[in-house]
Design a protein around this ligand. Structure first.
Ligand SMILES: [Zn+2]
Length: 257
């Protein structure tokens, strides 16, 4: 009967309320830490989305000069933002993880690879190129990533791709001949990757899965690849295998390297 007679009724009521609040908070905390990792993953993702909702409507890049920015002003703001972000990261370091997935994605800014899975953890290598086209160095880098433990490679395209549009437009092709040529050889490059002995062996043994998907640029949903290759006015010089019904791809020819 602590303070039963010493405390006035209103104080006892406040004490009971305070103790109840503490008990509820304790219960909520206990439940939070007891729930599955998946629940924490989803709650974390929801909080990230809350941040997106707060930042997305802010259209002024540097909050001062509105839309009439010079390159120097943009750079200064970028550095300022980096200093703030780096200071936060120093205080709250992230966990290092070894990627198990490598994704090849076009450089289009509308696609945010963290949003593809709602996963901000560092389980992903991301190769971003114009039109999602691999060059020699990317093929080798993917092979290195697989050697280091990557088990899934996701080769993507995306809707409304500017590089594909250029390659499909006879006038634009003249202005951007190298980009057009790169898009033309995308399938050939993928065939090269799949034919690399180290990659082919891992696929054959079931240690590596290679998927081909189409990203919906507005929703970032992974969709099946269109049945037909990207429209192009260029002559078909590719020796690559055309996309199959299934998104899973396998080496179709003898190793070329
Ligand atoms: Zn693109």
């Amino acid at each position: 009967m602590l303070g039963g007679k010493l405390m006035p009724p209103i104080a006892r009521r406040r004490l009971r309320i305070a103790l109840s609040v503490v008990a509820v908070l304790g219960l909520v905390t206990a439940v939070f830490f007891a729930v599955s990792a998946r629940a924490r993953f989803i709650v974390g993702g929801a909080m990230v989305n809350l941040g997106y909702r707060m930042q997305d409507p802010i259209s002024d890049y540097d909050f001062v000069h509105h839309h009439d920015l010079t390159p120097d002003q943009i750079w200064n703001e970028l550095v300022s933002q980096n200093h703030l972000a780096a200071a936060v990261r120093k205080k709250f370091p992230r966990t290092s993880r070894h990627p198990v997935v490598a994704m090849v994605v076009c450089m289009d800014a509308r696609v945010d690879t963290s949003e593809l899975t709602g996963d901000t953890r560092k389980y992903y290598y991301v190769v971003r190129t114009a039109g999602s086209v691999l060059a020699d160095q990317e093929e080798e880098m993917l092979e290195l990533a697989v050697a280091n433990g990557v088990k899934v490679i996701v080769l993507t395209r995306h809707t409304d791709c500017a590089a594909e549009k250029v390659a499909a437009d006879p006038v634009a092709r003249k202005q951007y001949p190298n980009l057009s040529a790169a898009v033309d050889e995308r399938e050939k490059r993928i065939a090269e990757l799949l034919a690399r002995p180290a990659i082919a062996a891992k696929i054959k043994s079931g240690e590596l899965l290679v998927k081909r998907m189409n990203i919906d640029t507005m929703t970032e949903e992974l969709l099946p690849l269109p049945a037909a290759p990207a429209a192009s006015t260029a002559p078909a010089t590719s020796t690559a295998v055309a996309p199959k019904d299934s998104s899973t791809v396998v080496p179709a020819v003898a190793p070329a390297h």
